[in-house]
Design a protein around this ligand. Sequence first.
Ligand code: G3P
Length: 220
Amino acid sequence: MKFFIDTANLAEIQEAQALGVLDGVTTNPSLMAKEGITGRDNIMRHYKAICDIVEGDVSAEVISIDLAGMIREGEELIEIDDKIVVKIPMTKEGVKALKYFSGKGVRTNCTLIFSAGQALLAAKAGATYVSPFIGRLDDISTDGIALIEQILLIYRNYGFDTQVLAASVRHPMHIIQCAEVGADVMTGPLSAMEALLKHPLTDIGLEKFLSDYKKGNPNT
Ligand code: G3P
């Protein structure tokens, strides 16, 4: 399973990259705003800065809601760097934009997926990734992981190449559950990735190893 970080914070992206397990980045307009990145030129420069840090795909979201605008923006975004994947919302115009870009060989990420039907449409339109928001489904007492499983089954049935990118991942258990059901990618915060490495028995065990070493080597 690929690990993408879901942030526009450069320090966190650098930290995840330094850990050596980062496969890409996803952003959205809310995450950009959270970092105080506003204005088209600044946003474009920020995408470039992200691309310069990571080795994998970087999803950059269009803000137009009409087809012509989505196409114009997507074409500008892919000029920034080869790593850019055009992120398009699941709307009627968005499906048309997915089809347009897949016909041109441009990689896309269909965002705001909350149902299997939406994921099926996105795959038929040639999306490279679909992003079901599992955390937001969990928030409304709906099983986000069950949706990932359902989409994976449908894609397997018909051999779709579209990758299932579990988004709105909030905590380490989401990551583990995504891996159990076979999501292609998960995108989440650095905190969820770092939480995977923690176990109290690891800390206790390390402390004991180090204190035993000290006993045997008092002068080091
Ligand atoms: O990748 C989608 C993600 O940014 C949404 O996450 O936590 O705002 O539901 P969240």
